[in-house]
Design a protein around this ligand. Structure first.
Ligand code: GTP
Ligand code: MG
Length: 283
């Protein structure tokens, strides 16, 4: 069954790019998904792209610190932590063959990339985009998993800033994009069951506008409405809640990510090109 082999091979080349602001829970998410995958016997590899990372519960299979570390850059070039981080990431891009060689060793596996938290890497530096392009060159289906700390729903203006950053990353990367609201276990259980919480997961734009306009001076009304419209138009209104203490919640997030990797636009093109002999029903 040549077609089956092709399909298996293709589905094996998947990866999640886990990004989000500093402290949003990226490393914890990666650890949680690794542990969940271990329990469901799925083979996954952790890729560490954070040159400042310290300890990992699961040893990364590919680790940027084998190429460069933030400590070395800060010491040798006398850079501060932010400049040093950008230097490390640019160094990675200038030596992308290092990553390509590492990828070649694991080309049939499911990779989970734990990325650094500097927001500028996702909003205006082309670094993550270069990494995505490298992965795509090697036929990986890449999904961006954008994490936002659930404390961002404490007030609507904070939520706006979180959503706009997520949107900026989505526009830059141009890959399937899943928003995840992290640290839900820290939220009050009553709040989790309330309509207030739901409207942040599947945002009701009219309620958002009403809420923000009630809090801010009238002169900002038009701006608020324009932002909400933008959020609406880019379909950035969905967040998956992740409670790392609840196996079902973890499984649900993973299923959504898997789905977006398999059924993203890239796959549709590949399906047509590579799997034309297989019935649509098989997918
Ligand atoms: N209770 C709870 N704590 C969490 C969760 N996710 C992360 N944390 C805590 O939040 C802090 C930051 O988590 P990390 O996973 O290191 O966040 P990160 O995004 O990798 O941080 P950077 O790599 O520094 O950008 C740690 O103290 C974690 O223990 C969660 O789902 N629940
Ligand atoms: Mg981290």
């Amino acid at each position: 069954m040549i077609i089956e082999e092709k399909k298996d091979n293709y589905l094996g080349k998947q990866c999640q790019l886990v990004i989000g602001p500093a402290g949003s829970g990226k490393s914890t998410y990666c650890r949680t998904i690794m542990s969940h995958c271990q329990s469901i016997k799925r083979s996954v590899h952790l890729v560490n792209l954070d040159p400042a990372a310290e300890n990992f519960e699961y040893e990364p299979t590919i680790d940027i610190r084998d190429l460069i570390t933030l400590d070395d850059v800060m010491e040798e070039l006398d850079y501060g932590p932010n400049g040093g981080l950008v230097y490390c990431m640019e160094f990675l891009i200038n030596n992308i063959n290092w990553l390509e060689e590492e990828l070649n060793n694991y080309e049939d596996d499911y990779l989970i990339f734990d990325c650094p938290g500097q927001i500028e890497l996702y909003t205006h530096f082309p670094i993550m985009k270069s990494i995505v392009q490298t992965l795509q060159k090697y036929d990986y289906n890449v999904c961006c998993v954008y994490l936002l700390d659930s404390q961002f729903i404490e007030d609507t203006s904070k939520f706006f800033s979180g959503v706009l950053n997520a949107m900026s990353a989505m526009i830059q990367l141009e890959i399937p994009h899943i928003n995840v609201l992290t640290k839900v276990d820290l939220l009050d259980k009553k709040l989790q069951r309330s309509r207030d919480f739901e409207r942040y997961l599947e945002v009701d734009s009219s309620l958002l506008t009403e809420d923000i306009n009630n809090r801010m001076r009238p002169r900002y009304q038009h701006l608020n409405e324009a932002i909400v419209q933008l959020i609406d138009e880019y379909n950035m209104v969905n967040f998956l809640p992740l409670d790392i203490t609840d196996e079902e919640s973890i499984a649900y997030v993973l299923a959504q990510v898997d789905n977006s990797i398999q059924y993203g636009e890239d796959l549709e093109v590949k399906e047509r090109e590579d799997f034309t002999e297989v019935d649509d029903d098989d997918y």
